[in-house]
Design a binder for this molecule. Structure first.
Ligand SMILES: Cc1ncc(C[n+]2csc(CCOP(=O)(O)OP(=O)(O)O)c2C)c(N)n1
Ligand SMILES: [Mg+2]
Length: 803
């Protein structure tokens, strides 16, 4: 290899430098062509990595097998430099190609330049993560990548410091992995950024974050984003000092190829060796094509800025450096640049053909079905409509599947049903639609939940076993002793949260366990719900089994963005190739006060589809859910009933073993008049009302749904309604909240309306947040008397002569 010392004193081969120059050019050309594809209507939206090419080439040089990335939509060159993204794939992403073989990162489900690598095999088993370069899956919300980045870095710390984990050689090589992050300058204004930086400093984790400072967040310049206009200046207080561990801050320039290579080499070496968080503030970065295809930057950048951006274009600067250092000639570089441009053009062509061909094949098959029809309709208007729609379809210039389906469904409306079955166009069209809908559903409507053998839904239930005379203990002890078994059973299990460590949780469910299992497994964290969640996601992506503690359900709101945008969509947005089996443990219901209600369940279930939601009525059930979830591989939330920690329950003998099936309600008392459906803490109040109603001759079937997602997989509630003919849905959420959800599941989805003899009813909390004190609670949430009256009223309406 032709080696040469460059002006920065580094040894670099000409071959590598030219390959880097070629990649930068290729990437830039892809961005330019990609933008054009959107502006000419071939793709819907585009966002690109122009201006950030050189930084990412330097950065990628330090990325080793086993390392992790959590970045954003500017990282195309980085991914290409690591061999994880090809130039044709670039177009598959841009067009939204749903073929998972050729567009594996997202299967066309998300915007372009959102990446991922698989962490599991198709059967759900873990891949050898140390033998591949790993990228977590990008999300579009700015700074949304930060909480997860913390978790990816934290995993390395655990894999290094907890010797018990050294056996998991496919997950980590003793924690030597760096978690690389990237973020734009403007996104550092987000709270997630600051929460993550602070937590990384506290935890001392190998997190290497690059801030690409191009001076703008879309059109808004830095002076509106960052105090003093410099993120590294204002982060100074976080900097490492002797005896006061913090973060290391490096500064570089986005166009300085040799400087950036050196900078990253130095910074990453320390980060990897010492597990020190490092931040690279990369200034003087350009964005030659503007923010995205949604607008042009000439609208907001001054003439002067635009001129500067041209002058400091990193590719232009790299070229100047290569020439001035005598590494290659202008002609050599021109040749490389032309080759790169050709590859980009060629890739576009291939990508477009691969996107269009299957759509055209689908269309042609449809047209053939119509043209081949032997039976003509006697109604001329209908015949003409069929022909017109078909002709219009053939004329569509840039066909997408929607055109085919719209045409097929409109034609269907105009086909007579009078032809013989054999040559019946209606039948043919139905067949075409069914086949192709199935295919489209596979492309767009799969992988919300784990459907692999590792699904928690496949875990076999095992009832709690009791001795003849089981001791009755406060519920929290059942959880604690169950955890004790789980921590012995699963070395990869850990839990962390506010007050979880030293004191063993605010409700003492982890009492004494830190002492027994160590601070790395039962850990206190700062008050930072979003990054507690992200910490859990990062750990789960790396094969650990985290239980992230959120002190109370109401505080989950601080983390709902990460929970909803990141965790809940991980499996779906990677078209099934990543899982993050994070368990979130929290407690709720029956608390008093506006911010301690524990009630906003519909907020949860409607924003976290993709995550299972368990709402156990007592601690035995809660423990059973943890036991089930740890045998499966799905993200889930367990909401422990807050007022149940001190209530006595029978202590099972098979702690750590008994398991409760997800999605299977339990009938707590059999009845014949009314079915009463509820969950969580309200079960106890309902049981009290059921007793009172029995004394007045009304027989209620009380059903605890146990898990809200999945919901009643065996239609047990409908079966109950068949018997009673009446149903009431009860909880302490807002009107139209979770009771409405349950009602839809039972009456509409499962067909329960068929068996109703009385109108269905919901009984919920008031619309306002619940007020403080027992009285506040009594008048804010349903109580036993309310339930009594509601049920009594149904009966009175049904059998007025009796009640
Ligand atoms: C939470 C959120 N708010 C707003 C947006 C819309 N948005 C997308 S990119 C962007 C600007 C980001 O700027 P910066 O972080 O500097 O990154 P750059 O695009 O400049 O590389 C904005 C406001 C978003 N995606 N997410
Ligand atoms: Mg920016």
């Amino acid at each position: 290899m032709d080696q040469k010392k460059n002006s920065a004193g580094q040894i670099n081969s000409k071959e590598i430098i030219l390959a880097d120059f070629r990649l930068a050019n290729l990437s830039r050309n892809l961005s330019i062509i990609g933008r054009r594809e959107v502006l000419t209507g071939k793709a819907k939206f585009g966002i690109f990595g122009d201006g950030k090419e050189i930084i990412q080439i330097a950065l990628a040089k330090q990325f080793r097998n086993g390392d992790w990335r959590s970045g954003y939509y500017r990282d195309q060159t980085w991914m290409m430099a690591m061999g994880l993204y090809g130039s044709v794939e670039f177009f598959h992403q841009l067009y939204g190609n749903t073929n998972r073989e050729i567009n594996p990162g997202s299967g066309g489900r998300v915007f372009n330049n959102h990446f991922s690598t698989p962490n599991i095999n198709p059967d759900g088993t873990w891949r050898d993560l140390t033998k591949q370069k790993n990228s977590s899956s990008d999300i579009s919300p700015t700074a949304g990548q930060m909480p997860r980045l913390l978790g990816l870095a934290y995993a390395s710390k655990l894999f290094r410091q907890n010797k018990e984990l050294h056996q998991f050689t496919k997950l980590s090589f003793r924690g030597n992995e760096v978690a690389f992050g990237s973020i734009g300058d403007a996104s550092t204004s987000e709270g997630h950024f600051w929460e993550t930086i602070n937590a990384a400093g506290v935890l001392q984790v190998p997190m290497a974050l690059s801030v690409y400072d191009d001076g703008y967040g879309i059109s808004v310049p830095k002076k509106y984003q960052t105090t003093k206009g410099s993120i590294s200046d204002i982060l100074k207080g976080f900097e490492d000092e002797p005896g006061k561990p913090g973060i290391l801050i490096f500064k570089g320039k986005g166009w300085d190829y040799p400087g950036l290579i050196k900078l990253y080499e130095e910074g990453i070496e320390i980060c990897r060796r010492e597990h020190k968080p490092v931040l690279f503030h990369i200034e003087e970065v350009t964005q030659p094509l503007g923010h995205s295809t949604s607008g042009s930057h000439e609208r907001y950048k001054s003439e002067e800025r635009l001129k500067w951006e041209e002058e400091f274009d990193p590719i232009k600067k790299m070229r100047e450096w290569i020439i001035s250092d005598g590494i290659a000639t202008e002609e050599e570089l021109d040749k490389v640049a032309v080759e790169a441009e050709e590859e980009a053009k060629e890739s576009r062509k291939k990508g477009w053909e691969m996107f269009q061909n299957p759509i055209k094949i689908e269309r042609d098959a449809l047209v053939k079905v119509i043209n081949d029809r032997t039976c003509r309709c006697v109604e001329e208007i209908k015949e003409a409509a069929v022909d017109d729609i078909t002709e219009d379809l053939k004329k569509v210039l840039l066909p997408i599947r929607k055109d085919n389906f719209m045409a097929a469904r409109k034609i269907l409306r105009n086909v007579c049903g009078t032809c013989a079955k054999a040559d019946n166009l209606k039948e043919e069209l139905h067949g075409w639609l069914k086949r192709n809908y199935q295919d489209a559903a596979n492309s767009y409507n799969t992988f919300l939940y784990n459907e692999m053998p590792t699904s928690a839904l496949n875990v076999k239930p095992l009832p709690p076993k009791y001795s003849d005379n089981p001791p009755e203990v406060p519920g929290r002890q059942i959880l604690r002793d169950n955890y004790d078994k789980l921590f012995s059973k699963y070395p990869l299990l850990l839990t962390f949260g506010e007050d979880s460590g030293h004191i063993g949780g605010v409700n003492q469910t982890l009492e004494g366990l830190q002492k027994k299992f160590g601070e790395l497994r039962i850990t206190d964290t700062g008050i930072r719900e979003a990054t507690i969640l992200g910490q859990g996601i990062g750990l789960a992506l790396r094969g650990m089994r985290p239980i992230a503690e959120i002190q109370y359900l109401d505080y989950l709101m601080y983390a709902i963005q990460i929970l909803s945008d990141d965790l809940a969509t991980t499996h779906y947005r990677t078209a099934g190739r990543m899982i993050a089996p994070l368990i979130i443990s929290t407690r709720g219901h029956r608390l008093e006060g506006i911010w301690h209600s524990g009630s906003p369940m519909s907020m949860l279930i409607n924003s976290v589809r993709g995550v299972y939601v368990c709402s156990p009525r007592d601690m035995t059930r809660a423990a059973g859910f943890y036991n089930t979830l740890l045998e499966g591989s799905d993200p889930a939330i367990v909401i422990e009933p807050l007022n149940g920690y001190r209530l006595k329950e029978k202590m099972p003998e098979n702690l750590g073993e008994f398991k409760i099936e997800l999605g299977i309600p339990e009938i707590l008392s059999e009845g014949t008049d009314v079915t009463l459906v509820t969950y969580g803490s309200t079960v106890r109040i309902a049981a009290e009302a059921v007793k009172q109603l029995a004394a007045h001759g009304i027989s209620v079937e009380l059903i605890d749904v146990q898990t809200l997602v999945p919901f009643d997989r065996k239609k047990m509630i409908v079966n109950s309604i068949r018997k009673t003919g009446r149903v009431i849905f009860l909880d302490e959420d807002v009107p139209g909240g979770t009771t409405a959800y349950m009602m839809q599941e039972v009456l509409e989805k499962d067909g329960g309306w068929n068996y109703l003899d009385s109108p269905p009813k919901t009984l919920t909390g008031k619309e306002h947040r619940p007020a403080y004190t027992t009285d506040g609670d009594y008048f804010s949430k349903p109580n036993a008397e309310d339930i009594f009256d509601a049920v009594y009223e149904i009966m009175k309406e049904a059998v007025p002569e009796k009640y």
